[in-house]
Design a protein around this ligand. Structure first.
Ligand code: ZN
Length: 452
C-alpha cells in the first residue's frame, strides 16, 4: 500500500486541497480531500491524472526528424510515407522493442500513462508471417511491460494499396493480412496481452484506402466489445480518391455504411464538412486528434470548434511520434484553432473558463472512452495513473487550480512534470524515468544501424 498526500489535486469533482490518496497494488483505493498529511504519507504539491495517447505507431519514433528534407516536387504526406516505408521495411523485432521501449519511457516522462498502439508492422521483412504471427505485437507488449505504461493494443487490418480493393504495393508487404490471417493475429494478440497488467485489446481497420467494405464487415466482430479505431479524412487526396471511388467522403461513407458508435474512434477526421461534423458528434464516437503529427505532415486543421459545439468527444494521440508531449499536443490543438479563427481561447468551454482545463478534461475523458477504460482519474477503483507537477517551476509560481493547467500547457511545457505513477508504481521521479538511460542506449544502437 502507498499513501500519497497532495496539497492540490484534480479530482473528477474538480480541484481539491489537502488530498490523501491510498494506492493498493495497481489501483486507487481511497481518495480523501481536506485532511492533513499523516506520518508516512509521501507528500507532493500538485497532482493530475495521467492521460492517454490514444493513437501511436511506435516504430515511427525511430524515424522522427528524418523526413525534414524537401522533396523534388510539392512535398506532402505521400513523400513522408515513402521514408516511413523504407524505415519500416528494415526493422527487426528487436529494433521495434528497442524503439517502443524508449518511446513509452518518453511518454511516461511527459504524463501519458496509457497508449493506444495502432499496430500494423506485423510481418517479417519479406512479408511472410513470423512463426508467431503476433511476434511484433509481443515486442510492443514487452516494451509496455518494461516501461510500465498501460497498453491498449489495436492490431491493424491492412489489405489494399488504395480504394476499390487495389492491390498493395511492395512497400506495404509487412502490413498485409487476409481476413483469415487477421483472425489468427487477433487470437495470438489476445494471448500476448493476457498477462500484461492494465492491458486490453481492440481492432484497427487501417483506413478505407486499405480495407474493402466486405473486409470491414468481416473484421468488426473481432473487436468483440472492444474499441474500433480507423484513420479517415487525414488528407485532401484521400477525400478526393474516396469521392471518386464511392461518391462519398470518408467520414460520410463510414457514418452511412459502418456501425459507428461510442466504441469507435475516428482518427484525424481532418477534412470534414459541417454536416459530417454534426453527424459524427451525434454517434458518440471519439475524434482521435493528433495535432503535432497533423501539423508535421501538413494535413490541415480539424474543425474542432464546430465539433465541440455539436457535443463531440475527442482525445489526443502522438501518432507518428515525431515529438512526444501532453502539453505539446494540447497546445498545438488550441493554437491551430487560433490561427484558423484568428481568435484566442477558441476551445475554452465558455466565458471565464480555462482553455487548458477544457482541453485536459476532454482529452482525459475521450482518451478513456476510445481505449475502453470505464474509470479513469483520481478516484477509487481507477488504475493509479498519477502525474505530479513541479510547483517550483517558474511558470507555475503563484498559480492555483485551473491556472496551474494553463501554466503547464501554455508556458512551462514538459519540463514541469515531476513524478509519474503508472499502475501504482512510481516510474518517473524528478522528470526522469527509471529506465531512461538503458532504454536510450538500446534505442540509439538500433537507430544508428537503421539510419546508415
Ligand atoms: Zn496514424
Amino acid at each position: 500500500m502507498t499513501r500519497l498526500h497532495f496539497a492540490s489535486a484534480l479530482l473528477p469533482s474538480g480541484w481539491a486541497n489537502d488530498v490523501q490518496v491510498i494506492v493498493t497494488a495497481s489501483t486507487i483505493e481511497a481518495v480523501t480531500p481536506g485532511v492533513a498529511p499523516a506520518a508516512g504519507d509521501e507528500r507532493h504539491q500538485i497532482a493530475l491524472p495521467g492521460l492517454a495517447s490514444l493513437h501511436s505507431h511506435a516504430f515511427q519514433r525511430g524515424m522522427a526528424g528524418l523526413a525534414e528534407l524537401r522533396g523534388d516536387s510539392t512535398d506532402t504526406f505521400w513523400t513522408w510515407r515513402e521514408t516511413m516505408y523504407r524505415f519500416a521495411l528494415a526493422m527487426t523485432p528487436d529494433d521495434v522493442a528497442a524503439v517502443a521501449t524508449l518511446l513509452y519511457v518518453e511518454m511516461l516522462e511527459q504524463g501519458f500513462t496509457r497508449v493506444g498502439e495502432f499496430h500494423y508492422l506485423h510481418h517479417d521483412r519479406d512479408g511472410t508471417a513470423y512463426a508467431d504471427i503476433a511476434e511484433m505485437a509481443s515486442r510492443i507488449a514487452q516494451a509496455a511491460e518494461a516501461s510500465g505504461i498501460a497498453l491498449t493494443l489495436l492490431p491493424s487490418f491492412y489489405a489494399h494499396g488504395s480504394f476499390g480493393g487495389a492491390p498493395p504495393h511492395a512497400g506495404q508487404r509487412r502490413f498485409i493480412c487476409s481476413v483469415d490471417q487477421f483472425a489468427a493475429l487477433m487470437a495470438a494478440s489476445h494471448k500476448t496481452i493476457a498477462k500484461l497488467p492494465g492491458a486490453n485489446i481492440g481492432i484497427a481497420p487501417h483506413s478505407l484506402r486499405a480495407v474493402a467494405p466486405d473486409e470491414l464487415a468481416a473484421i468488426i466482430p473481432f473487436a468483440d466489445r472492444g474499441p474500433v479505431h480507423i484513420h479517415a479524412a487525414e488528407q485532401v487526396k484521400e477525400v478526393e480518391d474516396c469521392l471518386a471511388w464511392s461518391g462519398k467522403r470518408p467520414v460520410q461513407w463510414l457514418l452511412e455504411h459502418a456501425p459507428v458508435d461510442q466504441r469507435w474512434c475516428i482518427i484525424h477526421a481532418t477534412h470534414t464538412t459541417d454536416a459530417e461534423v454534426t453527424a459524427f458528434a451525434k454517434t458518440g464516437a471519439v475524434a482521435g486528434l493528433c495535432p503535432i503529427t497533423e501539423a508535421s505532415l501538413g494535413d490541415g486543421i480539424f474543425p474542432a470548434r464546430q465539433f465541440f459545439d455539436a457535443g463531440g468527444s475527442f482525445g489526443v494521440g502522438t501518432d507518428s511520434n515525431v515529438l512526444i508531449g501532453v502539453t505539446d499536443e494540447l497546445r498545438q490543438l488550441e493554437y491551430g484553432q487560433r490561427l484558423k479563427h484568428r481568435a484566442r481561447n477558441v476551445l475554452s468551454s465558455g466565458a471565464g473558463r480555462s482553455t487548458g482545463r477544457t482541453l485536459f478534461d476532454h482529452a482525459l475523458a475521450g482518451g478513456a472512452q476510445a481505449l475502453a477504460q470505464a474509470k479513469v482519474g483520481l478516484t477509487p477503483g481507477a488504475r493509479a495513473d498519477i502525474v505530479t507537477l513541479d510547483a517550483a517551476h517558474p511558470s507555475l509560481a503563484g498559480r492555483a487550480h485551473d491556472a496551474i493547467i494553463d501554466g503547464w500547457i501554455f508556458a512551462a511545457g514538459s519540463r514541469a512534470v515531476d513524478c509519474v505513477w503508472a499502475g501504482g508504481a512510481k516510474v518517473v521521479e524528478g522528470g526522469q524515468h527509471e529506465l531512461r538511460q538503458s532504454a536510450r542506449e538500446r534505442f540509439n544502437a538500433a537507430v544508428r544501424r537503421l539510419v546508415t
